[in-house]
Design a protein around this ligand. Sequence first.
Ligand SMILES: [Cu+2]
Length: 114
Amino acid sequence: MKRIAIVVIAMLAATQFGAAQEPAPRVIEITAKRFEFNPKQITLKRGEPVTIRLVSADRAHGLFVKPLGVDLDADDGKPAQITITPNASGTFPAICDHYCGSGHGNMKMTVTVE
Ligand SMILES: [Cu+2]
């Protein structure tokens, strides 16, 4: 059992090392707190990989951008992230899809892909 664990760790390490050879995608950090996102607007480039990182400053929040396949859930101290390559231009609404209190329905931002 231990040997299997070591092999798995070695394989993961090799994967990480391989990934390090590629240029790292740009990271955009979005902070969520009751009841807003900061920033309220981000701009991505079509065809360019980007890592979107959601950090919560208080409680559980979501970041959902359906056309871009972004569906993140973050909690205080537990950020979440996803790397995407947008393949469609446009302006897309992003919402919190995790009920977080009275102002939840106003928790929106905009993602522009150009
Ligand atoms: Cu919410």
